[in-house]
Structures are given as C-alpha cells and as structure tokens.
Design a binder for this molecule. Sequence first.
Ligand code: FAD
Length: 378
Amino acid sequence: MTRIVLLGGGVGGSMVANQLARQLKAEVLHGDVEITVINQTPDHVYQPYFLYMAFDQAVPADARRDERQVLHSQVRLVVGEADRVDRDASAVIMQDGTKIPYDFLVIATGSRPAPEQIPGLTEGGHIFYTEEGALKLRDALQNFQGGRILVTVSVPHKCPVAPLEFSMMVRDWLNQRGMESAEVLYTYPIGRLHSLEPVAEWAARVFPERNIQSQVFFNVESVDPENHTVTSLEGDTVSYDLLVAIPPHVGQTVIQRSGLGDAGGWIPTDRYSLEMVGADNIYVLGDATNLPISKAGSTAHFEADVVSANLINRIRGGKGSARYDGKVFCFIEAGADEATYIKFDYQHPPKPQPPSSMIHLYKLAFNKMYWLSAAGIL
Ligand SMILES: Cc1cc2nc3c(=O)[nH]c(=O)nc-3n(C[C@H](O)[C@H](O)[C@H](O)COP(=O)(O)OP(=O)(O)OC[C@H]3O[C@@H](n4cnc5c(N)ncnc54)[C@H](O)[C@@H]3O)c2cc1C
C-alpha cells in the first residue's frame, strides 16, 4: 500500500487530499493507496474572511468549517499537532508520540505572523491576520474617534495585497462615517508601495486620489505603546491613534523543529516540480515553500493541481513531470464596493485592471464558493 500523508489541512493540504481521493478512487477503495491529512485543529479556516471581520462584514462562523466535512469521505483525518518530520524513519511524529509513516509526504503547513519580532507590537498594534486579531480590530474601529490610522507592512507576509485592501477599505469606512479628516497612512519597507512593481505603480496612482498617505523605506523596528509611536530602522518615528500592523511572517515551528527550513522556516522547494530540494518523496506547497512568489491561497490552489497530478502519475508508474508555472490570481478590494484583480506567473508580470463593482461582487461570491474549491468540486 502507498501511504500519502498531508501535513496541514488548510487550503493546499485539503485540496491535494480531495483531488487525490477523487482521482485515485479505485486505488483507495482497493486498499492500494491510503490518504491521511494531519491538521492541528478540527476546523478548516478560510483566512480571507479576517479582512471582512475587521469591518464587521463577516463573523468567525463564515470562515470556519469542520475539516472532516471539507474532506472527501475516503480521506483519513488525524487531528493534532505534528511535532516533527523524521525523514530517516519516513514518518511524522505527533506531539503525543504517535508515528504516522508515509511513502509520500506533502507539506502544507502555511505560515504565521511573528509580531514577537518587533518589540511593543503585540501591546501597541492590531493585527487582522488572525481571527482573534481581526475581532479586536473590529472593536477598536467601532470605537475609533478620529486621528491617524497607521498601516505598517513588514515582509515577508502572506496575502501581499491585503494591506492595500485594508487601507482602501478603511478609507471608505471612515468617509462613510463622516471621518473624512481622519488620516490613513500606509508604510512599506522598500522604495515603492508594494513588492510587485506594477501593483506598486497602481497603488501610487490610486492612493493620492483616495486621500491615503504613504511612506516608503519604512522598516518597522519597534512600537512604543505608551506614546503611540512606531520607529523605523531608517530612524523615522511616526505617531498613530490606531496602529494596524502586518508583522513579518515565518514558517511553522514544526518545520524548524524538523530541520527542514531556512532561517525563516521556509522549505527549499523546486519551483517547477514542487518537490522539496533533495527529497523526491516530499512535496511542498502553499505558504510553506521558499519560492519567491506570493504566499496566497490561489498559489496553494494552482500548486495543488501540480502536486496531485505528480502524485497520481507516480503512483501509476509515471515520472511525475507536471510543472508549476508560478500562476497566482488575486482579487484586490479597492474600497467599500469595488475591486480589481491581478494574475501573473513566472513569465508574466501582473497588470492590475480598472476597479469595478462587478469584480467586488465576484470576490464576495468566490469567498462563498471557496468551500466547493476546497472540496475539489470547483
Ligand atoms: C487576512 C487575510 C486575507 C487573505 N486574503 C487572501 C485572498 O484574498 N486570496 C488569497 O489567495 N489568499 C489570501 N490569504 C492568504 C491565504 O489564506 C494563505 O496564503 C493560504 O491559506 C495558504 O494556504 P496553505 O495551505 O499554505 O496554509 P494554510 O491554509 O494556512 O493551512 C495550514 C494548515 O496547517 C496546519 N498546521 C500548521 N502546523 C501544524 C502542525 N504542527 N501540525 C498539524 N497541523 C499544522 C494549520 O492548522 C492549517 O490548517 C489571506 C490571508 C489572510 C490572513
């Protein structure tokens, strides 16, 4: 029997598991293939809803489903925290000591914000990149009386466009509440407003039109929660009335404990085959890779197609030659009721389209249809 273990049951892990279960149905029913997902929690969490939770346009129930129900009935689910991957034993070792052996391992453990890397940030700032943080920010926005909302971005972080989306949404949110005089100030660590150049150029055009201020070359060094200031490595100090920070992200601790990652906990991954470098029975997808592409759910989705195709092909005697072309597609909310989108790959840079209310409706519709795509139906 071939044992396929998926470490992480978020976007990437669930999509691969469901595609395998559908396409290897005969092998699974015959007992030739076993598919196991290991996930820390019984819930599957769809993180894009956190952005809407901050504006009270979504609640935690919108973002959560029972992972058992998201997974195909032929996929085995183990709920618990993996302690480490033991490559010598070809097994995942759980925190309770249980060993889960694999013939093929797929790592899709995602990433996490690391506010602890910036002194004062946890005490002084709001972070909508977690459910808890989004709900706290919602409460803070409800009580906001005016002044400056400071949106600081540190890299790397997942969903590279979410800070732009938040800035444009909060601008409209303030205007709709008669707080036109409140300031929105967005800071970015390099010399432009976004790591993707065409997106940076687009933001540089629309921010002034929308009365959003910006400052570049601002690498957040520390936060002073008492005096409500943020200081950058470049030596600038900026005051805030409400701080919304996107902290730098790191790979999950299980990757570091297993010695599989680089200094940031990102796993060296072949950009085309999605195999872990130096391990032909381990695939990596989603945020966990070290690939220089957006850490986004859509990235995990397109990568899932390649990982599934390669696993199916290899199990049936092939060489697993499907290649990921770097495809990413992201909707970008551009205010309260319009959005744009970008799509790009290794060869083609993104070109933001003119925002429209239709694209905004597509984004809202996709959020609801996500559960079908996680189930492998869409
Ligand atoms: C506010 C916000 C808005 C976003 N908006 C968008 C958007 O509009 N479009 C888009 O494409 N992307 C968006 N994203 C990014 C997207 O959610 C992530 O890039 C995507 O979830 C990554 O998928 P993944 O499978 O790599 O990891 P995840 O979906 O994060 O799944 C990782 C899974 O691994 C599990 N895990 C981790 N460690 C262990 C362990 N030790 N043992 C067992 N299980 C473990 C976790 O419990 C989790 O279920 C957004 C993210 C945020 C925070």
